[in-house]
Design a protein around this ligand. Sequence first.
Ligand code: AMP
Length: 173
Amino acid sequence: MSIAELQTLIRDVPDFPKPGILFKDITPLLAQPRGMHACTVALSKVVHASGAEELVGIESRGFIFASAVAAVEEMPLQLVRKPGKLPYEKVGIDYDLEYGSDRVEMHSDAIVAGRRYAIVDDLLATGGTAAATASLIEGQGGIIACAAFVIELSALPGRECLGDRPVHALISY
Ligand code: AMP
């Protein structure tokens, strides 16, 4: 399945979760196994080429894609979660996002200094979530091999927000 075909599996939902937001709904992609397979293969190639040793999936839709890549590439997966979800000792960082502000947390033993990490999420919008995740990883001595997304909203400053870190998106709007 081509990237153009993959794009037909992303549904636009206007005014969700707030008026003025055009929500990119990935559920049709999840319901189409050939699409999900193509998406996983494409993301896996990006992650493999980056030289990443481990994956970092961002809650919650990022978990879906990061898990699929982790299984295909046989790579360890670390989780970035919303506050209060992780059971063990945590490190966290506050950030602004497209609709509101939030905080992300990881387990304090998830990142090994000097190791290379690929951040995976469904969508890059303002870049706030991914940049906060990158800072959290780097603050513990981890190296960002790449940040990989299924979708990028190119009118928003996601890439700028991530600075010099390598950014890849399969579909750009
Ligand atoms: P941001 O921090 O602004 O880059 O937002 C990224 C996160 O918010 C991603 O995890 C997305 O799941 C979600 N998100 C932001 N904007 C949208 C959108 N227009 N459609 C779907 N998800 C979005």
